[in-house]
Design a protein around this ligand. Structure first.
Ligand SMILES: NC(=O)c1ccc[n+]([C@@H]2O[C@H](COP(=O)([O-])OP(=O)(O)OC[C@H]3O[C@@H](n4cnc5c(N)ncnc54)[C@H](OP(=O)(O)O)[C@@H]3O)[C@@H](O)[C@H]2O)c1
Length: 512
């Protein structure tokens, strides 16, 4: 059996019955994401024998690239970025069916050529292919690509048959509610929702799927998973890196758009949703939307629910680094936040009164993504005076990256004749238990899209519900300019205003 299917979590969540004969067309095939993630994902799926026997890879982009050169670029990308070394036998199977079509994203004639290219493959092999269009371009050309897929008939290819055309759309999905709605309108004018796969690659990560397994495959958690036992929840997506050379892009984005609105909200939805009736895409996404809709509107300003900041000069890994406003391509008067923290209230039966704290920032003390469930403090009346006050609250932390795993903090007895307590940690590490060569998020997601399983993708209403929550915050921040923008030294855990956000309810941020 293929190595990745032996992985117990994949077995548990998997409905992998094998993908039908498929052509994957990548728009933006000369780009960074294609080289770093998509080509290595296809290669590793081939390595694991998870690609259909009839599999074709078609690159598309404005730059003319001969087929041979595209195959060479793809081979080089595998050598540089794949989790496994390039095995010529495995790669040659895919390379033999890899071609490139050059054309503009807004050029109807080029899309006709693409349609003919796919028709020719189908004629040659004597069977129909489902076509998976992967849009891996900057968002400015998402709409023209979608419209041309409609006009050329490619979107409707084999519609109504068991395997029809599908489209995968990269992030960012809009930059506020209005643009997300517009993008959804364009998508829906061309594709049906069941043909659409909006990516949030966090959902492809092993630990994120493990969260579902831990919650719903163990009976010990569900009775505790509510306001009666849980005190608060902290979700952190922290990066050590600064904006680097991507300053121009980041200035248009910021931490709220880049991380909070999508990745942390997905983590929140999976943590807080009700058990779905099944792991089917619609059942799962219905529950995620329900919990997102129960979140109360955010208050901005003095005593509100949000904090924002930019990193100032500081130290990362023993090296001095400059502040955000001094980075290349950044307006010295920039009002773009590199850190955002949010306090959310979910007004439903399960969570009322339990604060959910979300934060994300660049240039923070450590690169870490985690979900920490903090349980209520034990009464502690049984123990010595000093210990009573130091009994730790039990905490269950899902570490999404790096060192994927799960840990539980309990109070234990310190060996000795006195009864003294100390918090102790039980650790489960993926790499120790299962080995370190777990599939990358993009492998899982490309395979699921080929198979037609949308469980780990964002539905249109889900994206809009999340934007509806954050758009008023973005508008208030845009109107305020730099007023209210806090700062934090690079290499720290964030600004004082974010600490105050938690201090109001006697909580503190973790330093994971
Ligand atoms: N890179 C990542 O790690 C990453 C991670 C998560 C999400 N994403 C998302 O994935 C998508 C692709 O990212 P990427 O980093 O691969 O982008 P990229 O390298 O900047 O662009 C991909 C390709 O799109 C074409 N392109 C670039 N700028 C364009 C423009 N202004 N107008 C029309 N076409 C343009 C280029 O191909 P041609 O010139 O040949 O047409 C380019 O090779 C983006 O939506 C990004 O937000 C990327």
């Amino acid at each position: 059996m293929a190595e990745s299917l032996r992985h117990p979590f994949l077995q548990g969540l998997s409905k992998h019955r094998g993908a039908p004969p498929t052509a994957v067309v990548i728009f933006g095939a000369s780009g960074d994401l294609t080289a770093r993630k998509l080509i290595p994902a296809v290669y590793n799926l081939s390595y694991d024998n998870l690609l259909p026997a009839d599999f074709y890879l078609v690159g598309y982009g404005r730059k003319p690239i001969p087929d041979d050169e595209f195959r060479k670029l793809a081979g080089d990308a595998i050598k540089e970025f794949s989790r496994r070394e390039l095995n010529e036998g495995v790669w040659s199977r895919v390379a033999a069916n890899t071609t490139y079509v050059a054309g503009g994203y807004d050029d109807p004639e080029a899309f006709k050529r693409l349609a003919e290219h796919i028709d020719q493959i189908e004629k040659r092999i004597g069977r129909d292919l489902q076509v998976l269009f992967y849009i891996s371009t900057p968002p400015s050309v998402f709409a023209p690509i979608l419209q041309n897929l409609g006009r050329s008939g490619l979107a409707g290819k084999h519609l109504g048959q068991a395997h029809h055309a599908k489209v995968v759309i990269e992030k960012p999905f809009g930059k506020d509610l209005k643009t997300a709605q517009e993008l959804n309108t364009t998508i829906r004018s061309v594709f049906s929702e069941h043909q659409v796969y909006r990516i949030d690659h966090y959902l492809g990560k092993e630990t994120v799927q493990d969260l579902l397994v831990q919650r719903f495959a163990n009976s010990i958690f569900e009775p505790l998973w509510n306001r009666n036992f849980i005190d608060s929840v902290q979700i952190t997506v922290a990066e050590e890196v600064g904006v680097g050379t991507r300053g121009g892009y980041y200035e248009q984005s910021g931490a709220l758009r880049d991380m909070i609105q999508n990745h942390t909200m997905q983590l929140l939805a999976l943590t807080a949703m009700e058990p779905p009736v099944s792991l089917d895409a619609e059942a799962m996404r219905d529950e995620k939307v329900k919990v997102l809709k129960a979140i109360q509107p955010l208050r901005v300003g003095e005593g509100g629910d949000v904090a924002r900041a930019q990193y100032s000069a500081g130290m990362i890994g023993g090296k001095n680094v400059q502040g955000y406003l001094q980075e290349e391509g950044i307006n010295p008067q920039s009002a773009t936040e590199t850190y955002a923290a949010i306090r959310l209230s979910i007004n439903n039966w399960r969570w009322q009164g339990v604060p959910f704290y979300l934060r994300s920032g660049k240039r923070m003390a450590r690169r870490v993504s985690e979900i920490a469930i903090q349980f209520k403090r034990p009464p502690g009346t049984l123990f010595a005076e000093g210990d009573r006050f130091h009994l730790a609250a039990n905490t269950l932390a899902f570490q999404i990256q790096p060192d994927e795993g799960l840990n539980l903090v309990l109070n234990g007895k310190v060996p000795g004749l006195e009864t003294r307590t100390q918090p102790v940690k039980m650790n489960f590490r993926y790499s120790t238990t299962f080995g370190s060569n777990t599939p990358e998020a993009y492998e899982r997601l490309v395979l699921d899209a080929m198979i037609g399983d949308g469980t780990l993708f964002i539905r249109g209403d889900e994206a809009e519900t999340s934007w509806a929550l954050y758009t008023p915050v973005l508008e208030a921040w845009a109107a305020a300019g730099r007023q209210g923008m806090d700062a934090y030294p690079a290499g720290s855990w964030g600004p004082a205003s974010a600490d105050q956000l938690l201090a109001a309810s006697k909580h503190e941020w973790r330093h994971p």
